[in-house]
Design a protein around this ligand. Structure first.
Ligand SMILES: Nc1nc2c(ncn2[C@@H]2O[C@H](COP(=O)(O)OP(=O)(O)OP(=O)(O)O)[C@@H](O)[C@H]2O)c(=O)[nH]1
Ligand SMILES: [Mg+2]
Length: 268
């Protein structure tokens, strides 16, 4: 194991036994070929299939891989836990069905050059979204809701990302929403905190349909978006959590100075 890799690639995984082994093995080869000093953190939770066994096998065969596991399926919690556990100064957050190393390398270069958070966008000019049309429309509707609810100025929050771990850590710790909306809360908080947030266009081609049906995710997403809107309105521009949600681990570490407002995202 490299005790101090420059980059930690954090990948939440859930019920991915079919593609996990080959996807990670391929990623290790491609990143090594690009000369990146890295580790891979598989953040599993709640899988009902053999995902955890495959993650353990990857970990035992490849010193660059380690895994984390929690019982409850929750994408946002897994990603947050992975970022907190990462050793690299730069964290790449990705999805097991994507793992576009060209994007990763460019995003890493942007962070090295001073960006705090780089968000891959499926929806900005120059992006190519090769998912089915209803999924593309779903992403457009989601971003529209985010704009209406919290005035988010970017085009996407759910794509692969790279971040400066030290700069983003207080914000990650302050996030109190989980599941699908954690990634949005992170992007919203970062843009409001006077951090340098950059979008890069993605070419997106999934290796398989999503593990959780899009429509089944809608009620929880709407509820979490409503919470995000609620405490954004109450506390704008600092985006402190409402009293009812305060007191979660790590929130005290973030002072109001961490949340200066910012006009918008930088785009390439
Ligand atoms: N740990 C964990 N990972 C999850 C969970 N749900 C999804 N994932 C992982 O998150 C990544 C993206 O999941 P997908 O099923 O492809 O969902 P998607 O609709 O493409 O995701 P978005 O692009 O974020 O909307 C994959 O690596 C999944 O294995 C979960 O409940 N827990
Ligand atoms: Mg997917």
């Amino acid at each position: 194991m490299n005790p101090s890799p420059e980059v930690s690639v954090v990948i939440p995984v859930y019920d991915e036994q079919a593609i996990l082994y080959d996807a990670v093995a391929g990623l290790l080869e491609r990143l090594a070929a690009r000369g990146v000093s890295f580790e891979v953190v598989l953040a599993e939770n709640g899988s009902r299939d053999r995902t955890l066994d495959v993650a353990r096998e990857l970990e035992s065969r490849h010193p660059e891989v380690r895994h984390l596991s929690l019982p409850e399926p929750n994408y946002g919690k897994a990603l947050k836990q992975g970022i907190l556990a990462a050793r690299g100064a730069i964290v790449v957050a990705d999805e097991i069905d994507l793992l576009d190393v060209d994007f990763q390398v460019e995003a890493i270069a942007r962070v090295r050059a001073g960006a705090d958070l780089v968000i891959g966008s499926k929806l900005m000019a120059g992006a190519r979204d090769r998912r089915p049309l209803f999924r593309h429309l779903g992403s457009l509707v989601y971003t529209g809701l985010l704009r209406a609810a919290v005035g988010y100025s970017g085009t996407d929050t759910h794509g692969p990302k790279a971040l400066d771990r030290a700069r983003l850590l207080p914000i990650v710790e302050a996030c109190c929403l989980d599941r699908d909306v954690f990634a949005s809360e992170l992007a919203v908080r970062a843009t409001r905190a006077d951090l340098s947030v950059v979008e890069l266009p993605l070419t997106i081609q999934e290796k398989r349909p999503p593990s959780v049906n899009l429509l089944r995710r809608v009620p929880a997403v709407l509820k979490n978006l409503a919470q995000l809107a609620y405490f954004t309105r109450r506390s704008s521009p600092h985006l402190d959590p409402p009293t009812a949600l305060a007191g979660e681990p790590g929130q005290a570490a973030v002072g109001p100075d961490g949340y200066r407002s910012r006009d918008g995202l930088e785009q390439r």
